[in-house]
Design a protein around this ligand. Structure first.
Ligand SMILES: [Zn+2]
Length: 286
């Protein structure tokens, strides 16, 4: 059996920038929160260095603007650099022009700090849906090579249920690397990242990734720096929002450590290279 290489990614944002807390921590107030993204991202970099694994870091432009040294450290670790937009706005709440402007602004901060070209995009909260599918055209026009934002599931806030589960050319020369969902009969279960990674027992995530790999599908593992920070300041959000954000924060680092020992991982761009044979080789080393 051929070993499937899975995709490892991190969306680099701080604990107060998540869509889940948007009403409590609007963009205008971000400056007032204690920043913790730098310290938390360095925990991730250290863990990846121990395992000798490279990943894709989709960085929020706002973070790159304030912490260019962090962006530089990520790039120096041989990781792939992508964009998570500038101010974490849900794509389906924007016009194409607003999305383009936010995208350009993010890349304007990320690329000079990284000294590498940005080729990939991850939308805040997977907000590329049927309603905002025009975003892939904008990404392509802006010179990016791929997007990794579409969840092939039905969910109140995201998802395009009919999306193919494997990386595919969604527009000529432009690729979509969809998020991971396990097909169980008629049901599709999102798996391998963020809240799902923290809420499900580790063994369930492992079982899910193995199942995907048996079908020759690479899993897309995605995590955030704040998920490695059990001591972050707590926001007075709704019970549901707090459950989503704070559950099992103490377990993330240990679980990722274990996962890195049990599966092979690479940045998304490196994996797509195998599919497309055409992406430029800016970061591949293994
Ligand atoms: Zn995000």
């Amino acid at each position: 059996m051929v070993q499937v290489v899975n995709a490892l990614s991190f969306d680099i944002e701080d604990y107060f920038q998540v869509s889940n807390f948007e009403a409590l921590a609007p963009f205008e107030r971000w400056e007032r929160f204690e920043p913790r993204v730098e310290e938390n991202t360095r925990k991730i970099l250290d863990l990846l260095a121990v395992h000798g694994v490279q990943a894709t870091f989709f960085i929020l432009g706002w973070v790159a603007e304030r912490f260019p040294g962090l962006v530089k450290a990520i790039a120096a670790g041989g990781h792939e650099i992508g964009t998570h937009g500038y101010r974490h706005r849900l794509v389906y709440t924007l016009t194409p022009d607003q999305f383009r402007e936010d995208l350009r602004r993010s890349i304007g901060w990320i690329e000079p700090a990284a000294g590498k070209k940005v080729q990939g995009h991850r939308a805040p909260s997977f907000s590329i849906t049927e309603k905002s599918l025009w975003a892939v055209d904008v990404l392509k026009e802006e010179g990016l090579r791929y997007d990794s934002s579409i969840f092939p599931v039905r969910h109140p806030r995201y998802g395009i249920p009919g999306t193919p589960p494997q990386p595919h050319e969604i527009r000529p020369g432009f690729w979509e690397f969809p998020m991971s969902a396990l097909k169980l009969g008629r049901f599709k279960l999102p798996i391998a990242g963020g809240g799902y990674f923290r809420l499900y027992p580790y063994r369930m995530t492992r079982w899910g990734i193995r199942r995907l790999n048996r079908r020759a599908l690479p899993a897309v593992v995605y995590l955030h720096p704040w998920e490695f920070d059990p001591d972050q300041p707590r926001l007075e959000a709704s019970l549901q929002a707090r459950f989503r954000h704070y559950t099992n924060l103490r377990k993330t680092a240990g679980r990722l450590d274990r996962l890195l020992g049990e599966f092979s991982f690479a940045p998304l761009g490196a994996i797509l290279e195998n599919y497309s044979g055409r992406l430029e080789n800016h970061w591949v080393r293994r």
